[in-house]
Design a protein around this ligand. Structure first.
Ligand code: NAP
Length: 244
């Protein structure tokens, strides 16, 4: 019987690539999204082509009650996940002095509180099962800071702290928790940036190109798998060596 993986924010971009990679590795997958139902279903079809089960499920990961309901339903209807990938995220960029607390709170809730919601709820199930692997998607911006992204960088740095603490709390029962820190990856999130910002970013990447979602998915799949059985509490940068 296949093991189950939940991937949040898997209707597009990096999350979609992670879902496809885990499906190709033989996992059944739950594809979470918040609004892109058609795109999520298309990703599910691609996953099913690998011969696994794929389920689409809409819920807002920034909402604790919605996460609790989704995690409860998934356990009842499908099973306890072996893998959780906390990937969903948003940007609401702007200089800090003009940001206001709306943009701050929205990003903290969607990018950091969401990881707490899902890790605590799914982590409890994994603890009881005495096995499981959680991979959180942070960002190199969370490691280095980035002008115009006070909310985003604070959330992503918070994800790193949460990853390290969760690894300590869940490790005694064999549950591993790691993070992947992507550099500049070509998705809808980065397509929205100006040509100036893209050119500036490109000039700082040693490999001389932006990354692809599939290159993040490979790192996530490795950390999720038993091949990484003695790796926990770590942050793996996948950024083509970006100078920040
Ligand atoms: P993206 O193309 O904008 O896709 C974002 C995904 O997250 C979508 O599937 C979206 O669902 C989902 N989502 C957003 N808010 C949600 C919520 N509240 N509840 C449930 N799902 C939600 O983003 P991406 O570039 O693939 O980024 C994925 C992750 O990688 C994010 O955490 C991002 O911060 C991180 N990251 C990206 C880059 C990069 O260069 N792209 C670099 C470093 C880190 P809908 O389609 O339904 O809206």
């Amino acid at each position: 019987m296949s093991q189950l993986a939940i991937v949040t924010g898997a209707s597009r971009g990096i999350g979609a690539a992670i879902a496809r990679k885990l499906a190709s590795d033989g996992y059944d997958v739950v594809i979470n999204y918040v609004s892109s139902a058609e795109k999520a279903e298309a990703v599910a079809e691609q996953c099913r082509s690998f011969g696994v089960n794929a389920y689409t499920k809409a819920w807002d990961v920034s909402d604790y009650a919605a996460c609790k309901q989704a995690v409860t339903e998934i356990k009842k209807e499908i099973g306890v996940p072996a893998v959780l990938v906390n990937n969903a995220g948003i940007t609401r960029d702007g200089l800090m002095i003009r940001m206001g607390d709306d943009k701050w709170n929205e990003v903290i809730q969607s990018n950091l509180s969401s990881v707490f919601h899902m890790t605590s709820l799914v982590g409890a199930q994994m603890l009881r099962a005495k096995t499981g692997s959680i991979v959180n998607i942070t960002s190199i911006s969370g490691l280095h800071g980035n002008a115009g992204q006070a909310n985003y960088t604070a959330a992503k740095a918070g994800v790193i702290g949460l990853t390290k603490t969760a690894a300590k709390e869940l490790g005694t029962r064999g549950v591993r928790v790691n993070a992947v820190a992507p550099g500049f990856i070509q998705t809808d999130m980065t397509d929205a940036l100006s040509e100036d910002i893209k050119a500036g970013a490109l000039s700082r990447i040693a490999l001389g190109r932006f990354g692809k979602p599939e290159e993040i998915a490979e790192a996530v799949a490795f950390l999720a798998s038993d091949k990484a059985s003695y790796i926990t509490g770590q942050v793996l940068s996948v950024d083509g060596s970006t100078a920040l």
